[in-house]
Design a protein around this ligand. Structure first.
Ligand SMILES: Nc1ncnc2c1ncn2[C@@H]1O[C@H](COP(=O)(O)OP(=O)(O)OP(=O)(O)O)[C@@H](O)[C@H]1O
Ligand SMILES: [Mg+2]
Length: 346
């Protein structure tokens, strides 16, 4: 490995070479900072490797720099309400005026009295007590949940969140996940407020911005930088992977060999998992499309299915981020070199 490769394949970590998602970032931050926010929750949805965690982290970091915000990152595999109580309490330790709240805390049944004396409280009342004192000091709390999953745990947490909001606590929620998981959470009959929660669907990164970034780093001409950018289709992981490979191998390997390595990385890190998550029907559609751009009736003809059931499949694949619309009625595979990689799958 060459030293100082500025690109990264690590998921979820703020990359050194970052393409801004200015609009999405601004939308969420201005919503949460408004005096009368139209929503105290935001959902981020998109395919694996599209940059959900990075966007969420960017927003959380921007808010963390402001004195009024307290950020609490929850782990969706833990008991969310208990985790929130614990982490909120922990996060407030840095504010002496909050720490003095008379909070008695229980972890695994062991009560930890912060100021001693009072009887042990349940998680919800601990949270409410802290939120109340934060609210009095003009502070706001942002909860982030990475890779949200539908579960009883999530249902309990989200309905509790709704109650906190109704009680007017300064509490905000930013949650990301795959389309199918966000869909299941939003459509839970107990959580109708989430249906009204605004949602950001991860769009491809800007091709002009990627072109500029590659050009600056590799000192290559505009034409070639653009060719590289177009190959990534704006897919965040591909931007990192192709950059990483070109940095490493531009002087030792052919362009074809670099692309072949790109396919390997895409396969290993994401496409294998994405493919596993697709139904038989989805896979057939993906295979029929290959590297081409087609309209619905051409796809239906090739699949031997009728035009009435197709829109449902197509819409789901669009929402999952597997298909994208080229122009009216015409679709193609959204992910770069997906056709080339899956061609080799059994
Ligand atoms: N705005 C961006 N600019 C440049 N690179 C990015 C950007 N966002 C994400 N990446 C890169 O893309 C890759 C995937 O990002 P991230 O982990 O945020 O994806 P994700 O959508 O959370 O994926 P998963 O669903 O698997 O959790 C990482 O290598 C990351 O560095
Ligand atoms: Mg992620």
């Amino acid at each position: 490995m060459k030293k100082n490769n500025p690109f990264t394949l690590t998921f979820g970590k703020q990359p050194g070479e970052y393409i801004s998602r200015y609009e999405n970032t601004e939308t969420i931050i201005s919503t949460f900072e408004a005096d009368n926010p139209i929503s105290q929750a935001y959902l981020i949805e998109g395919v694996r490797g599209s940059g959900k965690t990075v966007l969420m982290t960017t927003i959380a970091n921007l808010l963390a720099d402001k004195p009024e915000w307290v950020i609490v990152d929850l782990n969706s595999t833990q008991d969310l309400v208990a985790d929130f109580a614990y982490r909120l309490n922990h996060a407030c330790n840095k504010f002496p005026e909050i720490k003095n709240a008379n909070i008695n805390f229980s972890i695994g049944g062991i009560g930890i009295g912060l100021s001693g004396g009072a009887p042990m409280q349940d998680n919800v009342s601990i949270i409410e007590e802290i939120l109340l004192s934060l609210s009095k000091k003009g502070r706001k709390v942002l909860i982030t949940i990475d890779e949200a999953m539908p579960s009883d745990n999530m249902r309990y947490f989200a309905s509790q969140f709704q109650i906190f909001i109704r009680k007017d606590y300064p509490l905000y929620l930013l949650m990301n996940g795959l389309y199918e998981n966000i869909y299941a959470i939003q459509n839970d009959p107990a959580l109708t407020f989430l249906l009204r929660t605004p949602k950001i669907n991860m769009e491809p990164l800007s091709i002009p911005q990627i072109t500029k970034q590659y050009r600056r780093i590799f000192d290559i001409d505009m034409e070639f930088a653009k060719e590289m950018a177009v190959i990534t289709k704006g897919y965040a992981f591909a931007f990192q992977a192709l950059g990483m490979l070109y940095y490493e191998y531009s002087d030792s390997l052919s362009w074809e060999a670099i692309l072949s390595k790109l396919d390997d990385l895409l396969d290993d890190f994401v496409y294998k998992k994405i493919w596993e998550g697709l139904s038989e029907k989805d896979r057939e559609i993906v295979r029929v499309l290959g590297t081409e751009k087609m309209n619905s009736s051409d796809i239906c003809k090739k699949l031997g299915i009728n035009n009435t059931s197709f829109p449902r499949y197509r819409d789901r694949l669009l929402k999952k981020g597997i298909l994208s619309i080229v122009s009216r009625g015409i679709v193609e595979l959204a992910l770069p070199r997906f056709a080339e990689v899956i061609e080799l799958y059994p």
